[in-house]
Design a protein around this ligand. Structure first.
Ligand code: SF4
Ligand code: SF4
Length: 151
């Protein structure tokens, strides 16, 4: 059975959110770099060291939360989510009205949204999720191609 936890109704992939992909990797890189210069020897002399080390470890381990599908992320009142649930589609790309006005509006911000949605329909959800994991492994994040600067 397809694991939809990280697929949002509108057709985004949570693993490509900046929080979920790049920040944990960068945190792990910084932790490793600090290990190479033996931070444990000189770091404790700096204020905030213990808290910083703990926070860095947490960031490096961070996994994206389940998507807005379980309402642990995203806008509580999202009309797209409500509509997709009412239409009983796994995700909007499978809706007969895709891409509707709501999706077209969101796509002004997420410029790959509709192309990715069409791809989701073309290859099916399982293959699409695997493709997003490949993107994630390559370090891609939506913020790279968004027109604003918020993650
Ligand atoms: S809350 Fe709505 S817009 Fe945000 S990711 Fe979920 S479905 Fe998409
Ligand atoms: S009409 Fe279809 S594509 Fe638009 S929000 Fe509702 S389910 Fe998604």
């Amino acid at each position: 059975m397809t694991d939809l936890r990280h697929v949002t109704y509108c057709g985004l992939y949570c693993g490509l959110c900046l929080n979920g992909c790049r920040i944990p990797r960068r945190a792990a890189e910084l932790r490793d770099l600090l290990g190479k210069v033996h931070i444990e020897e000189w770091g404790p002399n700096l204020p905030g060291y213990e808290g910083f080390r703990g926070f860095l470890d947490e960031l490096a381990r961070f996994e994206p939360r389940a998507s807005c599908r379980e309402q642990s992320c995203g806008v509580e009142t999202c009309a797209i989510r409500t509509c997709a649930k009412e239409k009983k589609v796994d995700a909007c790309p499978f809706c007969a009205d895709y891409p509707c006005e709501r999706i077209r509006t969101l796509a002004k911000r997420y410029v790959m949204l509709i192309g990715d949605g069409e791809r989701m329909c073309a290859v099916g959800l399982d293959a699409w999720i695997r493709e997003q994991e490949v993107r994630k492994a390559r370090g891609f994040a939506y913020v790279d191609v968004r027109y604003d600067t918020t993650p």
